[in-house]
Design a protein around this ligand. Structure first.
Ligand code: 4AD
Ligand code: MG
Length: 423
């Protein structure tokens, strides 16, 4: 039966079986020492060559090799592994690793070439676990709001929002498009009568951008819910979701400090601003933006530098900068929309949507989009639909900012960008 490393404190004086991965091996005249870990911790093993027959083969093992070890757990004051070690009686080798082609100091591109090795590092392991916990925290909050998790198609017959950033793939003698947004589908879910829905799923964007904030495939957390009327209701829901999810990261604080050397934000500060207010603040710093402009990336970063607030909700973007499906306020030339800036970078766009068929049709035409090209979208509103709103959040951007990563790519399991489709 398998014992985990974290259970060894109660096993002193007993024979146990451990399933381990090799970290380091030291080979001496009569003894071999191995540091090995499982998911719960690291333990030192002492292998007396006189007792263990396959010690020569063991002596050849490199970092990453996996094995099953049987032996006696003893107290060993000098051992760094909680004062315990195993006196090995038997080792059964499961997999022999080759020499690793990268170290943590290798270039980012080489690390991504060997991402399968890169993912073994303490940094990557922590990133993956933190990411999972963040998603779990968001889910937990959304379920508490009686929302339904859905899975929408990623293959589409027409481009999802704008045609420009869409990947086209061959589809039985014709073409399909990879979903660059689930906007149409999540609103269809609301129209169906589900009053709140969410999805955590891949989003594809054919952006030929080599920036630190863009992937060609990222993970979107999309939320849409009925019976909201003002953009503040959507922002409030997202604020609560993030406060909940980040508070759930408390158990990671120490490890993040140890491994990344930074203070993990589990209690973010929050501020709400209209876009005009944000522009006024930027103007004082000599950063001038016109009435119909939105915030460039640089503006988002500077706003964070000036205010120092983790989460900055900026609302009421101009009609000129927002799509046809947002609810417009013609009098003010604005839309009931927002962006959320987390530590200086946009992590979310959201809005109250236009649910009135005649109004959304008019807005479609004004944006120069033909009604035929969005006829399926308009069907959402033809047969009855509650007022609603929602948002889309990029998971990799949140994780990159939380851990101070150099790029969103480092927050992706296997990043996809214009130059990378493998591994
Ligand atoms: O701002 P975006 O394009 O908004 C939408 O897709 C809307 N349909 C969402 C809505 O409900 N109104 O994308 C949402 C978020 C961005 O704020 C950003 O965090 C992330 O998705 N994102 C990307 N992340 C990584 N790489 C890319 N290329 C991204 N493009 C957007
Ligand atoms: Mg956006």
């Amino acid at each position: 039966m398998r014992t985990l490393v974290r259970e060894l404190k109660e096993k002193v004086g007993q024979e146990v079986t451990l399933y381990l991965t090799l970290e380091v091996l030291r080979d001496q005249k009569h003894l071999q020492f191995i540091l090995g870990h499982d998911k719960s911790g690291t333990i030192q093993l002492v292998i007396p060559k006189s007792k263990v027959q396959n010690h020569e083969e063991i002596g050849q093992l490199l970092t990453g090799s996996t094995f099953i070890a049987q032996g006696l757990i003893v107290e060993a004051k000098q051992s760094k592994t909680f004062g315990l070690e195993m006196q090995v009686e038997r080792i059964e080798i499961m997999s022999k690793s080759q020499a690793w082609p990268i170290t943590e100091e290798s270039s980012i591109d080489l690390r991504f070439d060997y991402r399968v090795v890169d993912l073994k590092s303490a940094k990557s392991q922590l990133m993956l676990k933190l990411r999972s916990a963040f998603e779990a925290g968001c889910r937990e909050y959304l379920y508490s709001k009686e929302m339904t998790e859905i899975h929408t198609p990623k293959l589409m017959g027409t481009a999802s929002e704008s045609g420009s950033q869409v990947f086209r793939v061959e589809y039985f003698g014709s073409y399909a498009y990879l979903a660059q947004s689930n906007q149409f589908f999540k609103e269809a879910a609301v129209a169906s009568g589900l009053e709140g829905v969410f999805e955590i799923a891949p989003v594809f964007r054919a952006e030929a951008s080599h920036s630190t904030r863009h992937l060609t495939e990222f993970t979107g957390l999309d939320v849409e819910f009925a019976w909201c009327f003002e953009v503040h209701e959507v922002m409030k829901l997202e604020e609560e979701m993030l406060i909940h999810a980040l508070s759930k990261l408390e158990p990671f604080v120490e490890k993040v400090k140890e491994i990344y050397g930074i203070e993990l934000t589990t209690k973010p500060t929050v501020r709400y601003l209209s876009l005009d207010e944000a522009k006024d603040i930027l103007k004082e710093k000599g950063f001038k933006l016109g009435k119909t402009q939105d915030l460039p990336d640089e503006g988002e970063r500077i706003l964070y530098e000036i205010l120092g607030t983790d989460l900055i909700f900026v609302h009421d973007y101009p009609i000129a900068k927002r799509p046809f499906y947002h609810m417009w306020d013609r009098e003010n030339g604005t839309t009931k929309s927002f962006d959320l800036i987390f530590k200086g970078i946009e992590i979310t766009s959201g809005a109250i949507r236009e649910h009135r068929l005649d109004v959304v049709s008019q807005q479609t035409l004004e944006k120069g989009v033909s009604l035929e090209s969005v006829s399926y979208y308009l069907d959402n509103f033809k047969y009855g639909c509650a007022p609603h709103g929602g948002f889309g959040l990029g998971i990799e951007r949140v994780i990159a900012k939380l851990l101070g990563l150099s790029s969103v790519k480092e927050a992706s399991f296997m990043p996809r960008d214009p130059d990378r489709l493998t591994p």
